[in-house]
Design a protein around this ligand. Structure first.
Ligand code: MN
Length: 229
């Protein structure tokens, strides 16, 4: 198989995993940067993640233009992906979801921070992007290049951001790592709400987060991926 064929398979698997792990439902999507052309990315046509097949994956330029649509309708929010790939050469995969446990943090401004070692890769503190700050009243969908770029600015050099009243966006150097972080972002949010109900939380220290991030590699990520498959 070529690099491209393997990656298309990986994107399909990623969609199915995130659906089964409850991170995406009928909505949400996963993309990957094209392995042969960094100015392109691969993303399914508009379809529920658990239904996606290889023939659904389309190719886009970074401004969200489909280069091989062939009658397939793209996701409205494809601009999330292009906006990030434009400014983050280190990123090769982006996940966007409406993962339920992250929503309360986005709307209260409560700081979502890692409290479980498996969740350190969400970053030291997850920022919140509020589309209203710059774009006012919208349908909350990231439906333009300008909105995608603004979201990418909130991400900065990080790996995750919440989106107020909407969901989250997660990125990684590989599809597997983006999926890994997405699953554990949802888990951290759920555990943090439970812990908040019990009292004060002792979060991971900054040093602990750095050490865990530095050692997270194929050993953990491939083990989880195999299990989820
Ligand atoms: Mn969305």
């Amino acid at each position: 198989m070529t690099k491209l064929e393997l990656l298309l398979e990986e994107i399909v698997t990623a969609n199915r995993i995130l659906a089964r792990e409850g991170v995406v439902d009928s909505f949400g999507h996963v993309s990957a940067r094209h392995p042969d052309n960094p100015q392109r990315f691969l993303l399914s046509r508009a379809r529920a993640p658990d239904c996606i097949e290889i023939g659904d994956i389309m190719e886009f330029s970074l401004d969200g233009t489909a280069v091989n649509a062939g009658g397939r309708a793209p996701y409205l929010e494809r601009f999330i992906h292009g906006g990030i790939y434009e400014v983050r050469p280190d990123v090769h995969s982006v996940v966007h979801n409406h993962s339920p446990s992250v929503i309360p943090f986005g709307v209260t401004g409560g700081k979502l921070k890692p409290l479980l070692h498996m969740c350190a890769n969400i970053g030291h503190e997850v920022p919140i992007w509020d589309s209203h700050d710059k774009f006012g009243d919208t349908a909350l969908l990231v439906d333009s290049v300008a909105m995608g770029r603004d979201l990418a600015r909130t991400l900065g050099a990080g790996r995750t951001t919440l989106m107020r009243g909407h969901g989250a966006t997660i990125l990684g150097p590989t599809v597997r790592q983006a999926v890994f972080i997405s699953v554990y972002l949802e888990l951290n949010a759920k555990l943090q709400m439970q812990a908040m109900a019990m009292g004060d939380i002792k979060f991971l220290t900054a040093g602990e987060v750095d050490k865990i991030m530095a050692r997270t590699g194929p050993y953990s990520i491939n083990r989880a991926w195999e299990n989820w498959c």
